[in-house]
Design a protein around this ligand. Structure first.
Ligand SMILES: *Cc1c(COP(=O)(O)O)cnc(C)c1O
Length: 426
């Protein structure tokens, strides 16, 4: 075993890892476009954009250059009573891309904190209005991060069993479908009429990532947002995974007629370079905290809030997002995914195959039901690694969410490996 792996085993605790049976991690030594290079010199195709974060490829020279310039100018700065150009410019440009109702940007450090901020902003809004609304509605299967607020609005499952009693009560409603949408609307209306304690509704728009790339229709979400708006319920779109072109549009909200009041961003925000979260909000939320009364202040912040280096990575990534070339790539990936889906949608080994924009998911038939702990995940991951492709299945659900710089040829290799895998299933 190399010194690195030896010391890894001695000193490091890896996230989401079944410690007793974990196989040795693979040491990555370099990133290059859509590939990682490991310590043995293997070139591994990154089929999942690292942890769904990378947009333009690893070690993109343009972003690396911009970040390195920022590091010699202003690496970190306290963000209360002080400001700096990267944070201001980024806020302005994000607002220009976000739906029209968004008007202020609040910075934090990651997806979970972007969600935490959204929940607290909502509660602060009602508190400042002298109303004691405290309850949230969320979707079944939801994943909104690993902090306590994020866990609370998330599904109750193996991720948070140990903390269950400490999570606050949330009303979980089914993911809307053609069959259940009328029932959900009725149930919601009944709640809104009979209870006066609902503060907000949080959802992953169109794609529930960690649930297994579960997809649902924009028209149904529009109906839910609309009914919330009519009843003065704050709506929060957690676009941590869906933002920045993943679904084929800049934001998943761009598919909607009714836009969320609050939007959470992270993952692709910095192109996968630096940790950063953003919570944007409509003007009325911000205005509720503008008061002569000091106790109506939104008391939230992080040591690294609006870190200039992170902001510079996000600005450079946005520059690339604004290139026509990037959108051509997003279309190419989306079209190739769709072709693959059409070809295999009736495959006997698949429960389902689905796709939206650059996200493609295959749900395999296995002896066990569809579940995060389904043992199929290890076999799938091992098979693809033997083909030098990195995937991280969610149980029996295999998905691809590649960096936008991936070429047609590289994608076709991924599909070929997938077809071979499907053919070999007994
Ligand atoms: C990943 C994710 C989060 C949590 O983000 P972290 O940066 O891992 O804290 C929250 N919401 C959604 C939808 C996510 O996909």
């Amino acid at each position: 075993m190399s010194d690195i792996l030896n010391n890894d085993q001695n000193y490091v605790w890896h996230p989401f890892t079944h410690l007793k049976y974990a196989i040795l991690p693979i040491e990555l030594v370099k990133g290059e476009g859509a590939f990682f290079i490991d310590a043995n010199g293997n070139k591994l195709l990154d089929g999942i954009s690292s942890w769904w974060v990378n947009l333009h490829g690893h070690c993109h020279p343009y972003i690396s250059q911009k970040v390195s310039e920022q590091l010699f100018q202003l690496e970190h700065a306290i963000f209360s009573s002080f400001t700096h150009a990267p944070a201001v410019e980024l806020a302005k440009r994000l607002i220009e891309h976000l739906p029209n109702n968004q008007s202020k940007i609040f910075y934090s450090d990651n997806g979970s904190t972007a969600v935490e901020v959204a929940l607290k902003m909502t509660l602060q809004y009602w508190h400042n209005k002298g109303d004691s609304k405290k309850k949230f509605i969320a979707l079944e299967n939801a994943y909104h991060g690993d902090t306590f607020g994020g866990m609370s609005v998330g599904a109750r499952n193996v991720f948070n069993n140990a903390f269950e009693n400490l999570l606050f009560d949330v009303i979980h409603i089914p993911v809307p479908t053609k069959e259940n949408i009328e029932q959900i609307k009725e149930t919601l209306q009944l709640w809104f009429t009979n209870h006066n304690d609902i503060a907000g509704f949080i959802f992953e728009p169109l794609v529930q990532g960690a649930a297994g790339m579960v997809m649902y229709e924009a028209t149904h979400l529009d109906e839910l947002i609309s009914i919330c708006r009519k009843n003065n319920i704050i709506t929060i779109a957690d676009e941590v995974m869906t933002g920045f072109g993943r679904t084929g549009k800049f934001f998943a909200n761009d598919y909607l007629t009714h836009k969320a009041d609050i939007i959470c961003l992270s993952k692709g925000l910095t192109g996968g370079y630096m940790p950063m979260g953003v919570t944007s909000c409509a003007q009325f939320i911000y205005d509720s905290c503008v008061s002569d009364d000091k106790t109506k202040t939104f008391f939230h912040g992080h040591s690294y809030t609006a870190n200039p280096t992170s902001c510079s990575a996000a600005l450079a990534s946005l520059d690339l997002m604004e290139l026509e070339e990037t959108w051509k790539q997003i279309s190419l990936i989306s079209n190739l995914h769709l072709q693959f889906l059409e070809k295999h949608k009736a495959h006997s080994k698949l429960i389902d195959i689905r796709c939206l924009g650059t996200i493609l998911a295959l749900e395999f038939k296995t002896p066990d039901h569809t579940h995060y702990l389904n043992n199929a995940s290890e076999n799938i991951a091992t098979y693809f690694l033997e083909h030098n492709i990195i995937v991280r299945p969610l149980g029996n659900i295999l998905y691809f969410i590649p960096p936008y710089c991936i070429t047609k040829q590289e994608l076709e290799n991924v599909y070929k490996a997938t077809e071979l895998f499907l053919d070999n299933l007994d």
